[in-house]
Design a protein around this ligand. Structure first.
Ligand SMILES: [Zn+2]
Length: 391
């Protein structure tokens, strides 16, 4: 199966070191990017005309709280993952299935939940989205054998440390080491507690625990202090900025990270569903914040929600390069924007309009039902039509 996307106005790579590609066409073979270049041929079963608009990697939401399927008990909402796909998200990473009613906190139960969540989402993609779930919440008493057992059963994540009984650096550090030894990627809650009954996690705890990711460094929802943020920027950990956090410290994190030449360590998530709600355009809104208010180059902002995250979580998505999965978003300035294209819209503080999403090279939607309308919309000009967007 071969697909060509032609007439691309701007190709955004997702690689923060070289965020713009000099190409106007893209060839996809069997769901993977096979070639990029100028004027590549139309000899394909499916031809998509981007009509001068922008193609970027599908966005990766680094912080979701799914349970099972596409339902969230926290906000009593269905189809929130499909709705996020309409906001450009093609991969979502669980920070813990914490909203499961009756979530078990004993060690056998929490391992079982993580294993079932990992396996269930490996078998089911809501809206086509690749959900990486099975992110156990650590509890006191876990041993290395518990991590070995989960890893052998397909668990690759550790959910936000601090939401369970492990909440000090001393308790977390050995468990983080075991998780890393077994190939898991580890995140930690930071800042004030998100719900009554949990505790604040400050920079000292994070430094002693030494996870891969400083979860919601701008708060989920109550932020770390600016001096604590500065101490964590001065490490090698990934710095996660979320939509459902504090916008002022999100911008402070960006400023400090830019000064430290550490923007390659910024990743972007929603931290939803949560008390703040379900925000289908939350990742796009965060990119608009970083570019529009924070002054970050908009193509670099896109990399923060694509290639940067893929590097941290070792995923074969997030950049436009030969061999990568063809998870793509086609977008443009929205109708009525002062901007001329999608990156200009982000820099202006607007949200781009999405006219097509592809996952593994297959068109999942045409015009998004959630973004404002793209001024120029991609169209399938040969081969099967995309399903219709809009409501
Ligand atoms: Zn949290």
């Amino acid at each position: 199966m071969k697909t060509v996307i032609k007439n691309i106005g701007q190709l955004v790579s997702g690689d923060i070191r070289a965020p713009r590609l000099d190409a106007d066409s893209l060839v996809i073979v069997n769901g993977r990017i096979a070639a990029l270049g100028r004027g590549l041929d139309d000899d394909a079963e499916v031809v998509i005309d981007a009509r001068g608009s922008t193609v970027m990697p599908g966005l990766i939401d680094s912080h979701v709280h799914p349970v099972f399927g596409d339902f969230t008990p926290r906000q009593r909402a269905v189809d929130f993952i499909d709705s996020a796909m309409n906001g450009g998200v093609t991969t979502a990473i669980s920070a813990g299935e914490v909203h499961l009613p009756g979530r078990p906190k004993d060690i056998v139960g929490l391992k079982a939940l993580a294993i079932v969540a990992a396996k269930a989402y490996a078998n089911f993609r809501p809206g086509g989205v690749k959900v990486h779930a099975g992110a156990p919440i650590l509890e006191l008493g876990m041993t290395e054998a518990d991590f070995a057992e989960m890893a052998a059963a397909g668990v690759t994540l550790v959910g936000e440390i601090g939401l369970g009984s492990v909440k000090t650096g001393k308790d977390a550090a050995p468990m983080v080491r075991w998780a890393k030894q077994h190939g898991m990627t580890v995140t930690i809650h930071t800042g004030g507690p998100s719900i009554a009954g949990s505790s604040p996690i400050d920079a000292d705890v994070v430094l002693e625990a030494d996870p891969h990711v400083v979860g919601h460094i701008n708060g989920g929802t109550t932020s770390l202090t600016p001096p604590e943020i500065e101490r964590l920027v001065a490490t090698e950990m990934a710095l996660e900025i979320v939509q459902c956090g504090n916008m002022k410290t999100a911008l402070h994190t960006l400023r400090v990270a830019r000064e430290a030449r550490a923007t390659h360590r910024i990743i972007v998530g929603n931290d939803a569903p949560s008390g703040t709600g379900v925000i289908p355009l939350g990742v796009l809104r965060t990119l608009s914040l970083l570019a529009g208010l924070g002054g970050l180059d908009p193509a670099e902002a896109v990399a923060c929600a694509t290639g940067n995250t893929a590097r941290v979580y070792k995923l074969d998505v997030g950049t436009i390069a030969e061999g990568r999965a063809a998870d793509l978003v086609v977008c443009d300035a929205p109708t009525g924007s002062i901007a001329q294209d999608a990156l200009g819209a982000l820099a202006a503080g607007d949200l781009p309009g999405i006219s097509m999403v592809l996952i593994d090279g297959a068109v999942t939607i045409g015009r998004s039902r959630n973004t404002p309308p793209a001024a120029r919309a991609a169209a399938v000009v040969k081969g099967s039509e995309p399903s219709q967007g809009g409501h």
